[in-house]
Design a protein around this ligand. Structure first.
Ligand code: ZN
Length: 322
């Protein structure tokens, strides 16, 4: 295949077909196929995929699932600066926090004297002296004065000893997040993308499927086509979902009859197709090429034994031909 499955063009020049993750890498997707051009790939990445990846909910998922991305192990979405009681705190990977050193506050009184104050974490207290000395020395030099840094250091040291106040601060960490209309529509677009790319992966693409055509158009426009509005749903966890047989944090897609069920990170989605899938297809996000893990076999056995007696089934191992 030389054409991009999204824009249907043959990539030219610096635009080439790239390894496309069927399930995105940020939820632990491993399975790749070279059938999307770099332009389409980065268009989607800069749009709904990027918003989901960098949003709080998916960041939290990647962190909990210990997803290894190109940039390394997914970082905690709680890392960052927080304000509490007029002070700024830095929170690290392990939820430790410390007062962030934000600089000096300076006030000048009418008699010409200047007072400085600053907030500094106990941990950084050793730095306080040199920070103040540096700042004062720079100021005095600017005023054309000779500065004896050792003397200055001594003064500053005395001032600190006399003047510091220890406060015990126990801020509470809170993060607000919103599930808005855009998040839900981004999530549905991602589900359409996983479904669309999986169908290509399995080679299960009838020419007359309007759902597939409109899915492609939606991905290209990064907007869900109105035709698909009542064909993609975010749903509750269903008994059908067999995740008790799967490792935690596994995303997957199961296609059966005219339906595609997807679990994407913590979300369950259903896509109603307009054609019947001849076999049972399922795909795990973290499968690698040629890899059928024990969990998959367990899943097949489960489906065979309990669920699919009335369906004709067969397991399609991942195909890697065009
Ligand atoms: Zn393309």
């Amino acid at each position: 295949m030389t054409k991009c499955i999204i824009c249907k063009k043959t990539p030219q020049g610096s635009n080439v077909l790239t390894d496309e993750h069927i399930f995105p890498e940020f939820i632990g997707g491993n399975l790749k196929k070279k059938n999307v051009c770099s332009s389409c790939n980065s268009n989607m990445g800069a749009d709904f995929e990027g918003r989901l990846e960098n949003g709080f909910l998916f960041s939290l998922f990647s962190y909990q699932a210990k997803v290894v991305k190109k940039s390394g192990l997914a970082k905690s979405p709680f890392v960052g600066d927080y304000k509490a009681g007029g002070k700024t705190f830095e929170v690290d990977e392990d939820f430790n926090y410390k007062l962030k050193f934000t600089g000096f506050e300076e006030s000048r009184s009418s008699d010409g004297s200047t007072s400085f104050s600053m907030s500094i974490d106990e941990e950084d207290f050793g730095r306080a002296e040199s920070l103040i000395v540096k700042k004062l020395a720079r100021r005095l030099k600017k005023q054309g004065k000779n500065v004896d840094e050792n003397k200055l250091r001594m003064h500053v040291n005395n001032l600190i000893e006399d003047g510091y106040k220890v406060e015990s601060l126990k801020p509470e960490l809170q993060r607000r997040f919103y599930i808005d209309r855009r998040f839900l529509s981004d999530l549905k677009l991602l589900a359409l993308k996983v479904m669309f790319e999986s169908m290509h992966y399995f080679g299960c693409i009838p020419n007359d499927s309007k759902v597939l055509k409109k899915s492609r158009a939606s991905l290209q426009k990064k907007n869900i086509d109105p035709f698909l509005e009542d064909k993609v749903f975010i749903c509750d966890k269903d008994d059908f979902f067999v995740e008790k047989y799967l490792p935690l944090y596994t995303s997957y897609m199961i296609c059966l009859g005219g339906y595609c069920y997807l679990k994407i990170a913590d979300w369950y989605l259903l896509i109603i197709l307009d054609y019947e899938i001849p076999s049972l297809y399922f795909i795990l996000a973290n499968l690698k090429e040629g890899d059928v893990s024990g969990d998959v076999i367990e899943l097949i056995n489960f489906l065979r034994g309990d669920y699919l007696k009335k369906f004709e089934y067969s397991y399609m191992p991942p195909k890697f031909h065009d």
